[in-house]
Design a binder for this molecule. Structure first.
Ligand code: FAD
Ligand code: NAP
Length: 297
């Protein structure tokens, strides 16, 4: 059973009808690696509580914790969490965990951080980490969203990061940011998978295509995207880290793949025929299996 500390909400910012970020106090005893997640929740009536996994978007050297959240219509947690205000109490688990950690990547020259939606959150912590730039000469943050407002939170974090002493110099000289949108006009268009398969991503960034000898990757976001990218990477000879403590050419958030066992991937409002029925197999279950089958090192 996870143990929790009670933290206070310090700030809340709404970025769109479906996205918001918030910061909280940080228990002095809370240690984590950049890229990890905690269980975060609210106390319900009596002894009940609603908790969900949340990637930590703030870096492990920062005094406060920051999170970036979706608002799922009728979602048990976020239909309530979206109304929090400064001063509110939140539960934060005491033992962060997760597979999106730098130490599980083999040495390389270039690091690609590939995210969709709120999956960008752990990569903001990675982008804030000086070790990222010590280990990799070039860092590419490729982040996809349906619409432009889905990019605003990371835009703001990155802008502030570039202005910070010390880490700002690494970010300005070594991080290339590539936001892309799929359902609106924007300077960069298209799904990350399509951009990689067509080679357009590398042309637009004026850099070389993926190469197993040189490149390492971290992938987070939509489960279908994780499954599709795993397939693309496997076909290029990259192998995935199978678990914490074992290095690979790329890492995915395994807890995400395990959590959404038969739950809907994609549009929760539309739902998945298999959702809530452990015996049923829908597209999400197939995606999960495909992600699990990624070629291991
Ligand atoms: C390891 C891990 C890290 C996570 N980190 C974050 C994070 O940093 N920020 C965040 O907002 N969520 C994150 N999630 C999802 C989060 O745990 C909850 O699912 C989310 O807060 C919604 O909670 P809910 O109770 O309102 O709805 P739930 O019942 O949990 O979700 C309902 C449905 O909504 C969809 N959904 C849930 N979360 C998302 C999302 N983030 N983007 C798109 N669709 C989604 C899924 O189809 C899901 O089946 C993470 C999940 C895992 C496993
Ligand atoms: N984010 C928003 O601005 C927004 C606004 C209103 C409501 N919502 C709701 O919130 C829920 C989650 O939306 P979301 O936008 O955060 O997450 P999402 O549906 O996972 O989409 C995020 C990005 O991932 C892309 N993507 C999806 N599947 C992919 C795959 N297999 N390979 C590569 N890329 C893939 C999407 O492209 P495609 O567009 O091509 O699918 C989109 O650009 C949805 O129910 C949505 O209705 C979100």
């Amino acid at each position: 059973m996870a143990t929790y500390s009670t933290e206070r909400v310090l700030r809340v910012q709404h970025w769109s009808d479906s996205l918001f970020s918030f910061s909280t106090t940080r228990s002095p005893g809370l240690r984590f690696e950049n890229g990890q997640f905690v269980m975060l929740g609210i106390q319900g009536d009596g002894a009940s509580r609603i908790t969900r996994a949340y990637s930590i978007a703030s870096a492990n050297y920062e005094e406060e914790l920051e999170f970036y959240s979706i608002k799922v219509p009728h979602g048990p947690l976020t239909s309530r969490l979206q109304f929090i205000e400064p001063g509110a109490a939140l539960l934060v688990s005491s033992k962060p965990t997760g597979t999106l950690v730098l130490r599980d990547l083999k040495p390389g020259k270039r690091l690609f951080l590939l995210a969709t939606g709120t999956g960008v959150a752990p990569f903001l912590a990675i982008a804030k980490d000086p070790e990222t730039y010590e280990r990799f000469e070039e860092v590419y943050l490729i982040r996809g969203a349906r619409t432009i407002d889905g990019l605003a939170y990371a835009d703001s974090v990155l802008q502030r990061l570039r202005d910070k002493p010390y880490i700002g110099e690494f970010v300005s000289s070594q991080l290339r940011d590539y936001p892309t949108v799929t359902r609106q006009a924007f300077r960069n268009r298209g799904r990350i998978t399509t951009l990689i398969e067509s080679g357009a991503l590398f042309e637009n960034l004026s850099t070389q295509p993926l190469d197993r000898e040189r490149d390492r990757l971290m992938v987070c976001g939509n489960m279908r995207m994780i499954a599709d990218l795993s397939r693309i990477l496997d076909s290029k000879g990259f192998c995935v880290s199978p678990r914490v403590g074992v290095t690979g050419d790329y890492v995915i958030e395994r807890a995400f793949v395990e959590t959404y066992d038969v739950a809907p991937a994609g549009d929760p409002a539309a739902g998945d025929p298999a959702a809530g029925d452990p015996a049923a197999r829908g597209p999400a279950a197939d995606d999960r299996d495909r992600a699990r089958r990624a070629v291991q090192c």
